[in-house]
Design a protein around this ligand. Structure first.
Ligand SMILES: [Zn+2]
Length: 260
């Protein structure tokens, strides 16, 4: 766990108290593995309120990679990457609506620009947006800072344009290729770096049974589950989600958003 040194004065004491409370709450959670991620994110500026408003209303968030759910210790974050896609995203949205589940959509700049109506549909249904870079370069962590900046900020602009002014609240590096620089940049734009705990590997089309089994076996590891709604035939993803959402409810899980 990252320890912050040199905290002084009243603000530091308050931040320290908040940290302690967070540590207690997380310690009681079934996901104690999340404690590091949560507490490492508690820099003083992390207490700044979220920025749900327009493009001009940008507030810094924590730059640590988040996994925790705002729905508490039995909360699950459904995250859906790489779209929007005109074939699969509407079907995913229908399925989420049927089950009353809100999710986080990590969209690329290219897909958002190509399908702005789908981005607006995502927002209108109460889901959240996440910046997934312009072109989904999974080697981004080996590229220059100028390149990373362009990929992240151009995507942010493309997503805000497509959504009609709704900002992405998270940044997920393609393939998880975060760098200290990209996390800091995203955080400065109000986009919390977003990780995952359960990789369903739906992208590899292992069969709906395998996708379901992965979630059932690994959900105890942490609350953030990774699916995809683009990049190929996602019918297995849909079949698996149709089974896994009711299963999660039966197990007492609820659905939320990643903490900011
Ligand atoms: Zn992706």
């Amino acid at each position: 766990m990252e320890r912050r040194g040199g905290v002084r004065g009243w603000y530091g004491k308050m931040a320290g108290a908040a940290l302690a409370v967070t540590a207690l709450a997380v310690g009681a959670s079934v996901w104690t593995a999340q404690a590091d991620a949560v507490n490492a994110g508690s820099a003083p500026q992390a207490s700044a309120p979220a920025a749900p408003g327009g493009a001009g209303d940008v507030k810094r968030v924590s730059k640590t990679i988040v996994h925790a759910s705002d729905a508490g210790e039995r909360g699950v974050n459904i995250t859906i990457d790489d779209g929007p896609d005109p074939t699969w995203t509407p079907q995913v949205l229908d399925l989420l609506r049927e089950h009353g589940v809100k999710a986080t959509f990590c969209v690329t700049g290219i897909q958002a620009q190509a399908h702005p109506d789908l981005v607006k549909d995502i927002v209108a249904a109460g889901h959240r947006l996440c910046d997934h870079s312009v072109s989904h370069d999974t080697a981004m962590d080996r590229k220059s800072e100028a390149y990373q900046k362009k990929e992240i900020l151009d995507a942010e602009r493309m997503i805000v344009e497509a959504s009609g002014g709704v900002r992405p609240m998270y940044y997920r590096a393609p393939g998880g290729a975060f760098t200290p620089y990209s996390r800091e940049l995203a955080a400065s734009r109000g986009m919390r770096p977003l990780g995952w705990n359960v990789d369903t590997k739906d992208f590899e089309q292992p069969g709906a049974d395998a996708i379901v089994a992965t979630v059932e076996e690994e959900i105890a590891n942490g609350p953030t589950v990774l699916f995809h709604d683009a990049g190929g035939d996602r019918s297995q993803t849909l079949d698996a989600m149709r089974r896994i959402l009711p299963w999660l409810k039966e197990q007492g899980y609820t659905f939320g958003f990643p903490v900011r």
